[in-house]
Design a protein around this ligand. Structure first.
Ligand SMILES: Cc1cc2nc3c(=O)[nH]c(=O)nc-3n(C[C@H](O)[C@H](O)[C@H](O)COP(=O)(O)OP(=O)(O)OC[C@H]3O[C@@H](n4cnc5c(N)ncnc54)[C@H](O)[C@@H]3O)c2cc1C
Length: 413
């Protein structure tokens, strides 16, 4: 066993530095904007008002013009479930509520695609753009460009970007400079507090046209529209490298996975409908996918300790930003104010196999392979917004049409 002391509220960054060295990149510092934990998540949701969301969601700058909720780090880690975010906007202006709920459905869609395709989520419908010679990330993300400096700076400081900025960066990387989208996806996922294989892979594929055949082009016009005034301070204003549109070649189709069209085993994708298992658990295994008080296994076992393992092998190879691990440590410190928490560093299978644990079914490949060995004695259903079915996930609209959902369909993320 490799038990660690608990992170103290307010001293999580020091704790990460002391106990998780080798598992992250960069200097140890918390996000300047987001704090982990249920308390911070509840406060953020309480202050989010949906009015104005539809018209302002894509604004990048100034910050006061933005309508994006900024809830994604807590949604990503299960501190705000999608059903709770959905219910939160009840009674708001219809246009704003519909648009916000559409975005929640994009998150749900990404989770369905990942749950079904697993690692094959990285093999989309179309090939990536052809590589362009002589380009590299440092050139693509030239810090002399005020627009990119703004969004990359926010990513590095806060671990977050608005959706529009993510599309700018992904397009600049893969469409204009022809760098591999898979490398860009990893580069961004390591830095985002909300970084997820599901939504990030989908966002990159959507932007670079590998999912739809249409690419999102990033050019000066979008900066002038969504971040007015930023070009005025740009060192390259007179020789703007994005004055013209990037090439818009349609990526050639590749042979899609048959799973995109149909799931032969939707119950195995979706997990149990009701709690399963008969043993008496002695703890609740939680992961970074679901760290909130509403986690079904935590909620069903309020007196049991929560057990969390920092996965040594996975984190050593991913090396996320230190702020992501500080965010998770903040979640654990906050949870420890309400119930016993045990924290480990190691291989979750080696640490947990043989313990009698309750857990929430989690629709990601890493949880499934580890759970097959850890064998929780009690497994609770994942809180889907809409339970996965057999129909097509080849596109958002095909998926939306495949079964009755909440809200209405929408063109792009
Ligand atoms: C290239 C690229 C990479 C992305 N990587 C991620 C990622 O790693 N993790 C992630 O959660 N989202 C990702 N997104 C989707 C989206 O940009 C973020 O979810 C959103 O910007 C988060 O900010 P917010 O909470 O203010 O969103 P809001 O606009 O307030 O939306 C509310 C919630 O809806 C969900 N959502 C909104 N837009 C999308 C979308 N297009 N796809 C999926 N879910 C969405 C999120 O959970 C979000 O918190 C990516 C998009 C692109 C284009």
């Amino acid at each position: 066993m490799s038990g660690l002391p608990l992170p103290e509220p307010g001293a999580e960054a020091q704790w990460v530095g002391a106990h998780l060295s080798g598992l992250f990149m960069g200097a140890v510092a918390p996000s300047k904007r987001f704090r982990g934990g249920q308390t911070a998540a509840d406060a953020a949701l309480d202050t989010f008002a949906v009015r104005g969301y539809a018209s302002r969601r894509s604004e990048v700058w100034p910050v006061s013009a933005r309508g994006a909720s900024g809830l994604s780090p807590w949604i990503r880690h299960g501190l705000i479930t999608l059903p709770r975010a959905w219910a939160h906007v009840d009674g708001g202006p219809a246009r704003d509520v519909d648009r916000f709920r559409d975005e929640l459905m994009w998150q749900e869609y990404a989770r369905h695609v990942y749950a079904r395709l697993r690692q094959a989520i990285g093999r989309p419908l179309r090939a990536g753009p052809p590589p362009s010679k002589g380009s590299d990330p440092a050139r693509a993300l030239d810090p002399r460009m005020a627009c990119l400096d703004l969004v990359v700076g926010e990513l590095e400081r806060d671990g977050w970007m608005v959706n529009q900025s993510r599309m700018w960066l992904a397009s600049q990387w893969a469409v204009r400079h022809g760098l591999r989208w898979q490398d860009g996806e990893l580069w961004m996922r390591r830095r985002l507090l909300d970084g997820s294989r599901a939504a990030n892979a989908l966002g990159w594929q959507w932007t670079t046209g590998t999912a739809t055949g249409r690419r999102y082009g990033f050019a000066k016009g979008q900066v002038e529209r969504r971040a007015p005034g930023v070009c005025d301070s740009c060192e390259l204003a007179r020789a703007c490298p994005i004055a013209a549109w990037p090439p818009d070649d349609v990526p050639p189709p590749v042979e899609p996975s048959p799973l995109l069209r149909r799931d032969p085993d939707p119950d195995s994708t979706a997990g149990p409908l009701a709690p399963e298992g008969s043993g008496h658990p002695e703890g609740v295994w939680i992961t970074a996918e679901s760290m909130g008080d509403d986690d079904p296994a935590l909620a069903a076992n309020p007196d049991l300790p929560a057990v969390f393992v920092f996965d040594q092998g996975y984190l050593t190879s991913l090396r996320p930003s230190a702020s992501r691990l500080v965010f998770i440590a903040e979640c654990l410190a906050d949870l420890s104010m309400r119930r016993p928490v045990q924290v480990h560093r190691g291989d979750p299978v080696a640490v947990l196999a043989g313990s009698r644990l309750a857990a929430t079914y989690t629709p990601v490949p890493g949880w499934r392979t580890r759970a097959a060995v850890i064998a929780p004695v009690q497994v609770h259903p994942w809180p889907w917004l809409r339970r996965p079915g057999t129909g097509s996930v080849a596109s958002f609209s095909a998926w939306r049409g495949a079964a009755p959902g909440r809200g209405r369909a929408q063109r792009r993320p």
